[in-house]
Design a protein around this ligand. Structure first.
Ligand SMILES: [Zn+2]
Length: 217
């Protein structure tokens, strides 16, 4: 299921009463289309007179990009609520997944039969959904190394980037040939697009399946 605001709001209230003694004040909740997280608890930091940090202005964001099971979605909400609780009531145990975070997580898992984890491991199918699938214009370099391996590099569609990449890679002494292809295949959206002197090794059959036959020179 995909999150919507009403659902997240309702679950926040339910879990607040059940798991956090109703101590968490309501906070702004939004549902986003982010691919970099399933959920995130945002906050601002200020420093008290004694130099200790204090956290405030909390916001809860849940991504609806990935289709999760209801349990996974609920666990994501609770995970972020633990961050919120610690930020409010035990700022010394911020940030991140501190020992207190892990303890609270383990307690809730045990008492309520949940399966909250420190990081969310996504299935291959879920990862696939997280990738932007809109067609974009890419230049893909197909790089054959002198040791026989073949890899690819996605480069911004600009002459100077292409030239820079070709020059740098050929100068490295380990490259035997580079061919450039133009494509809008969303398969390539998952690779970083830059002229950094890097090569990504992907299954050869997969490369051929996604690259057009004709080289663009
Ligand atoms: Zn976390």
């Amino acid at each position: 299921m995909k999150a919507d605001i009403a659902y997240v709001q309702e679950k926040f209230r339910e879990f607040n009463v059940k798991m956090f003694d109703g101590k968490l004040p309501e906070l702004p909740i939004s549902v986003t289309n982010a691919k970099s997280y399933l959920g995130v608890c945002l906050y601002r930091t200020r420093f008290k007179w004694n130099g200790k940090p204090e956290y405030y202005d909390f916001k809860l964001r849940i991504s609806r990009r990935i289709d999760l099971s209801q349990d996974e979605l609920d666990d994501t909400i609770i995970h972020e609520m633990i961050h919120y609780w610690i930020g409010l009531f035990s700022p010394a145990d911020m940030p991140g997944h501190s020992p207190l975070f892990r303890k609270m997580m383990a307690d809730i898992n045990q008492r309520f039969g949940r399966n909250i984890r420190v990081s969310h491991r996504l299935s291959a199918e879920q990862l696939e959904q997280a990738i932007d699938n809109r067609p974009k214009k890419h230049v893909v370099a197909r790089v054959v190394l002198k040791d026989g391996r073949t890899g690819i590099k996605v480069i911004p569609c600009m002459e100077r980037h292409i030239r820079r990449y070709r020059r740098g890679m050929m100068a490295s002494g380990i490259v035997s040939s580079i061919e450039f292809y133009q494509t809008t295949d969303p398969f390539f959206n998952r690779f970083p697009s830059s002229s950094a002197f890097k090569v990504y090794f992907v299954d050869l059959a997969e490369i051929s399946a996604h690259l057009p036959d004709k080289s663009e020179g």
